[in-house]
Design a protein around this ligand. Structure first.
Ligand code: DX5
Ligand code: ZN
Length: 224
């Protein structure tokens, strides 16, 4: 089976004004972006705290777009139900955050949600091999997680190309998402490495014209 490529844009509300999250989600919708990326940080796995399931539940009625929840949280198992009930469509955990990621993935699936696995820049992509048959999404971090506005670590894109190979060889159909430092300069590199989804925080929310930004990022995608 040949994997059918998609090109999706997922703005991260981490870069939005937390006093106006509803407007941030509306902006994502009207800009022509595809998914809403929700960065959850616990102050332990990463050196920052963002928001929890209530934020997601309160935003859920505002849009039908896919909610792509990225849990940067140690031992996330006891929280998975709360994030599922809040209305996440995809729940992504970190390989580095739990001893039994396969069990967490099973838990996410048992709640009827799509499951993702993410790795930080220092984790080799081959450490994911045993999980690839079970996941719906792999999220490659191209910055050290914790903060928006950092520079993309280009070396990490080799993991994306490697994942494309592994996916082809295994005849799997998980999506490949790239998160961190994505902007109009780096986007062409990320698409050509083989990403299906680009997460963009600062590039989207700091843009004077987010719709144009999305069109530009998607235009870059179409040009490939
Ligand atoms: C980093 C988060 C990212 C981040 C992306 O810990 O997982 O989603 O917000 O932000 P930018 O696009 O500004 O690098
Ligand atoms: Zn993220």
């Amino acid at each position: 089976m040949e994997f059918r490529r998609t090109h999706l844009l997922a703005p991260s509300i981490l870069a939005a004004n937390f006093g106006a999250m509803g407007q941030a989600v509306s902006l994502i919708e009207t800009s022509g972006a595809d998914w809403v990326h929700l960065d959850v940080m616990d102050g332990q796995f990463v050196p920052n705290i963002s928001f929890g399931p209530k934020m997601i539940a309160d935003l859920r009625p505002l849009t039908d777009l896919v909610f792509d929840t990225h849990l940067m949280v140690y031992r996330p198992d006891h929280l998975l139900k709360a994030f599922a009930d809040a209305g996440s469509d995809y729940i992504t955990i970190h390989l580095e955050a739990t001893n039994h990621p396969h069990r967490s993935i099973q838990n996410i699936h048992s709640m009827g949600k799509k499951a993702g696995i993410s790795i930080v820049p220092s984790t080799p992509v081959d450490h994911l091999t045993e999980l690839l048959p079970s996941v719906d999404l792999v999220l490659i971090m191209t910055v050290n997680p914790g903060f928006g506005g950092q520079e993309l670590i280009e070396h990490s894109l080799k993991k994306v190309s490697r994942l494309v190979e592994l996916r082809r060889a295994g005849e799997w159909d998980f999506l490949i998402s790239v998160d961190g430092g994505v902007n109009r300069i780096t986007a062409p590199l990320v698409w050509s490495a083989g990403a299906d989804i680009l997460v963009a925080g600062s590039a989207f929310f700091r843009s004077g014209n987010p719709a144009e930004e999305i069109a530009l990022l998607k235009g870059i995608a179409d040009d490939r």
